[in-house]
Ligand binder design. Structure first.
Ligand SMILES: *[C@@H]1O[C@H](CO)[C@@H](O)[C@H](O)[C@H]1NC(C)=O
Ligand SMILES: *[C@@H]1O[C@H](CO)[C@@H](O)[C@H](O)[C@H]1NC(C)=O
Ligand SMILES: *[C@@H]1O[C@H](CO)[C@@H](O)[C@H](O)[C@H]1NC(C)=O
Ligand SMILES: *[C@@H]1O[C@H](CO)[C@@H](O)[C@H](O)[C@H]1NC(C)=O
Ligand SMILES: *[C@@H]1O[C@H](CO)[C@@H](O)[C@H](O)[C@H]1NC(C)=O
Length: 182
């Protein structure tokens, strides 16, 4: 299997308060428990909405299906104000489970097109990867792990925040980190 080495750029948009995404018409397609201790809940979900302002790429986008977006840059936006965010230590458990599965199941996973996604929950931490493109995407578990820890640590009460997201430069996908009860 090809070893994928990436240098993610996780630019932090400190002054821009992001809109928290809420999955409309949410359907849980499947549920499993992952990680070394099988204590992280993994769900395949589908929603009916995109991030506000999402503009699909033009028809000249020649991406194949599925399109591999491992290593793609995303911009981190925190949700303000402080209060009710996830405990970064709980998010770290999910991040570790992603690394474990990356080594033991495989580095890649597929995400279904048109606002479907994959969600993970452990204690106070809830994170999901949402595919806003009209075609399936492939992403790396290691990259999600990196983004998750980055957002969890940089968008907490110290930053007057309660979680945040990381939106791909081309907006085809984003990762959100929030409290599991929010
Ligand atoms: C897609 O392919 C067409 C035809 O080959 C080309 O003209 C266009 O520039 C490509 N679009 C992108 C975004 O690469
Ligand atoms: C990500 O951003 C960095 C810094 O701006 C840049 O050097 C790199 O080429 C970008 N990577 C991709 C995959 O676009
Ligand atoms: C992702 O989907 C492609 C095309 O359907 C398939 O070939 C590939 O094995 C899938 N990858 C994973 C990790 O499931
Ligand atoms: C996209 O993913 C869905 C769900 O796994 C699958 O049914 C569909 O065949 C995939 N589409 C393509 C073009 O690979
Ligand atoms: C996603 O929606 C677009 C527009 O309705 C459609 O053309 C495309 O086939 C859909 N993709 C999948 C994988 O269902």
């Amino acid at each position: 299997m090809k070893v994928i080495s990436v240098a993610l750029s996780l630019a932090l948009a400190l002054l821009v308060g992001a809109v928290e995404y809420s999955c409309e018409d949410k359907q849980v397609v499947s549920t499993s428990y992952v990680g070394a201790s099988k204590n992280v809940k993994a769900e395949t979900i589908s929603c009916s909405n995109t991030l506000p302002g999402y503009a699909p790429l033009a028809a000249t986008d020649n991406s194949t299906d599925p399109s591999n977006v491992c290593g793609a840059n995303c911009t981190t936006n925190c949700f303000y104000p402080a209060g009710g965010g996830p405990d970064p230590n709980d998010c770290a458990v999910i991040a570790d489970a992603l690394l474990y599965d990356g080594q033991n199941i495989g580095p890649l996973f597929n995400i279904t097109a048109n606002t479907s996604g994959v969600a993970m929950t452990y204690a106070s931490c809830y994170t999901f990867f949402l595919d806003q493109a009209s075609y399936n995407l492939t992403y790396c578990r290691n990259d999600w792990s990196t983004v998750l820890n980055y957002v969890a640590v940089n968008c907490q009460a110290t930053q007057n925040a309660h979680g945040g997201n990381c939106v791909a430069t081309d907006q085809r996908w984003f990762i959100q980190v929030q409290n599991s009860t929010a």
